[in-house]
Design a binder for this molecule. Structure first.
Ligand code: SAH
Length: 264
C-alpha cells in the first residue's frame, strides 16, 4: 500500500511510464545483451574502461601521449605497456616519476629505459604469442615483463648480481611465471634455451656478440644498440632469414648504458 502512495505522489513529475511491452523488451535487452557484454569487456564504446585515477591512469596517459602519439601501433605492445606496473620497477623514491617520458636510475649506475624506447624495441621484434625471447640486460626487469605479456617465455640475463637478484624477486612477487632470470655475462647468450625467436639487448655494445647471432632462430629478429659509450649509438635490427642469411639495419640513434664484460 505504501508503494502505491509514493507512486501517486511522484507521478505528476515524471514522464508517464511508456507502453509496458517496450519496457519489458528494453529490460530484456539490457539484462541479456548489454550487461553480459560489459562483463566480457566488449562495451568499449559504451562504457569506457579507461581508469580515472592513480598509477593506472598515469599508465594509460603515458601510452596515449608518449607511445601511441609517436606512432607505436602494435596492439599487443600497447596492451602490455598499459598492463605492466612500471612504478613497481623503480626505486621507492622515484615512483612518482615512473610514468615520465625519460629513463630513471635503478642503482649501480644503471637505468630503466624510457617507456617509448621499451615500446619501440618491443614492436621492432614483432613478437608473437608462441615466441621464446632472450633479453640481455635485465636491469629492473621491466622490459622482460613487457615482453612476457606478449610471448610464451622470456629468458633474461643480468651481469650485476644484486640487480639480477632484485629483478628476479620482483618479477616473482608480481606473478610473472614465464620469465627466468640468470646472473651472467650475456655476451654468450643462453645456449640451453636457444634458438630464440627474438633477442633484445638493452646495453650498448661496440659490436654485435657473435653468440647472439648464432642463437637467433631462422626468421628471428634481434634489437641491439651498437656504439661506444657516451657517443651516438645506433639501435640496430638484426634479421636472420629462413635460409640463415643475416641482415643488419640501422634504425634509430639512441643512448644506452654500456654493455660490460665484468661487474665492478
Ligand atoms: N632492460 C632494463 C634496462 C637495463 S639497463 C630494464 O628494463 O630495466 C642495462 C642493463 O644491462 C644493466 O642492468 C647492466 O648491468 C646490464 N648489462 C650490461 N652488460 C651486460 C652483459 N654483458 N650481460 C648482461 N647484462 C649486462
Amino acid at each position: 500500500m505504501g508503494n502505491t502512495t509514493v507512486y501517486t505522489v511522484r507521478a505528476p513529475y515524471h514522464v508517464q511510464p511508456p507502453n509496458t511491452g517496450i519496457c519489458r523488451m528494453l529490460s530484456v535487452f539490457l539484462l541479456f545483451f548489454i550487461i553480459p557484454l560489459s562483463f566480457c569487456g566488449l562495451t568499449h564504446g559504451f562504457s569506457s574502461k579507461v581508469p580515472k585515477e592513480g598509477y593506472e591512469k598515469r599508465r594509460y596517459d603515458m601510452v596515449a601521449m608518449q607511445i601511441v602519439a609517436r606512432g607505436i601501433k602494435d596492439e599487443g605492445v600497447l596492451r602490455a605497456m598499459r598492463q605492466v606496473p612500471r612504478h613497481l620497477f623503480v626505486p621507492e623514491g622515484s615512483k612518482g616519476s615512473a610514468y615520465g617520458d625519460f629513463p630513471l636510475p635503478i642503482g649501480y649506475g644503471q637505468t630503466i629505459s624510457q617507456p617509448y624506447i621499451v615500446a619501440f624495441m618491443t614492436e621492432l621484434l614483432k613478437p608473437g604469442q608462441d615466441d621464446i625471447a632472450l633479453e640481455v640486460g635485465t636491469g629492473s626487469g621491466y622490459q622482460a615483463a613487457v615482453l612476457s605479456e606478449i610471448v610464451k617465455d622470456v629468458f633474461t640475463i643480468e651481469i650485476i648480481p644484486p640487480l639480477g637478484r632484485a629483478a628476479e624477486r620482483r618479477l616473482k612477487e608480481l606473478g610473472y611465471e614465464n620469465i627466468t632470470v640468470k646472473v651472467a655475462d650475456g655476451y654468450y647468450g643462453w645456449e640451453d634455451h636457444a634458438p630464440f625467436d627474438c633477442i633484445v639487448v638493452t646495453a650498448a655494445a661496440d659490436h654485435i656478440p657473435p653468440p647472439l647471432i648464432q642463437q637467433l632462430k631462422k626468421g628471428g629478429k634481434m634489437a641491439i644498440p651498437v656504439g661506444h659509450p657516451f657517443s651516438v649509438q645506433n639501435l640496430m635490427l638484426v634479421e636472420k632469414s629462413e635460409d640463415g642469411e643475416v641482415k643488419t639495419r640501422n634504425i634509430l640513434p639512441v643512448r644506452f648504458v654500456p654493455f660490460r664484460r665484468t661487474w665492478k
